[in-house]
Design a protein around this ligand. Structure first.
Ligand code: MN
Length: 299
């Protein structure tokens, strides 16, 4: 069964003791099974204390991050690649200490607007680093999700098909595809077909809305998305992601372009998201129920 998750930025921008306590307690209270903790700097996550809080609340966690210009493993620059590999390994050691099942996001390049297309050599180099890092992740039971994002946030993986090809290039069983409804709505010709085509490569899914606000209040075909996830046999986490400048600070506000608030009450947003996702998933599963043949009804 799919675990339902919530991105911590619905509650907090950072990870001070107070922020961690509030975000974990509220995520559990609103009914979610896991919290996705932003790990742009994993060294600030205080794994021992955070894990105690997670255990006390009875929820799990995943980590997400994007690399930056100084750690860009798709750059082809040996120094940046070395720094990127170190950053990924540091994040993985924190993930292990937290008991995180997945480390996701823009792990394969910088999380930024690029002004040039990627090079073939850069992508190969990124895949080589990912292969090495995957071994370390596997030793700790962690799956790596390559998040497919829109063209303004990376130049490497903008479609599900590109991500499948990248994972095949990496050639490690725990390096898989992370899709996001918001990004797919921008880049895919047909998000439903893209989810189905990704199939068993999919390891993580972000729900969200076209304007990144209340789920169901934008222009994404949410029933279609949930039906596609169920029809393709996906059983991994489904995590809701939404951002408001009421909560997140820089640099995220700038990178994501959060210039207006689609919500101010994170608790109302989270409760609605949990109810909505739970109902969509239930409805999608019911579409799989096979009708009884006429001859078996006794009519
Ligand atoms: Mn996402």
């Amino acid at each position: 069964m799919n675990k339902l998750g919530l991105h911590a930025n619905v509650w907090v921008a950072g990870w001070s003791e107070n922020e961690a306590a509030m975000a974990i307690a509220k995520t559990a209270e609103t009914g979610f099974d896991l919290i996705e903790i932003p790990a742009l700097d994993a060294s600030r996550l205080r794994p021992e204390e955070t894990r105690q809080r997670l255990d006390a609340a009875g929820i799990g966690c995943t980590l997400s991050l994007g690399l930056d210009a100084k750690t860009d493993i798709s750059s082809g620059d040996p120094e940046l690649m070395k720094a990127g590999e170190e950053k990924l390994r540091t994040t993985l050691s924190v993930a292990r200490d937290l008991g995180a099942t997945h480390v996701c996001g823009i792990l394969y390049s910088a999380f930024q607007k690029y002004f040039e297309p990627p090079t073939a050599r850069g992508i190969e180099a990124s895949a080589e680093v990912m292969h090495r890092v995957a071994g370390y992740a596997a030793e700790n039971g962690i799956t790596l999700g390559m998040e497919v994002v829109n063209r303004y946030e990376s130049n490497v993986l903008n479609t599900a098909a590109q991500a499948v090809a990248y994972c095949e290039m990496v050639g490690a069983p725990n390096v898989k595809v992370h899709l996001d409804a918001y990004h797919m709505h921008i880049e895919e010709a047909n998000p439903v077909e893209a989810i189905k085509a990704t199939g068993a490569h999919l390891c993580y899914f972000h729900t969200g809305e076209s304007h990144r606000g209340y789920i169901g209040s934008g222009s994404i075909d949410q029933p279609g998305i949930f039906r596609a996830l169920v029809a393709s046999g996906y059983e991994g986490p489904i995590t809701y992601e939404s951002f408001s400048s009421e909560v997140v600070g820089q640099p995220l506000t700038g990178i994501l372009g959060i210039w207006r608030n689609t919500w101010t009450d994170g608790e109302d947003l989270a409760r609605h998201a949990h109810t909505y996702m739970h109902a969509q998933l239930k409805a999608a599963r019911e579409t799989q129920r096979r009708p009884v043949a006429l001859s078996e009804t006794g009519a």
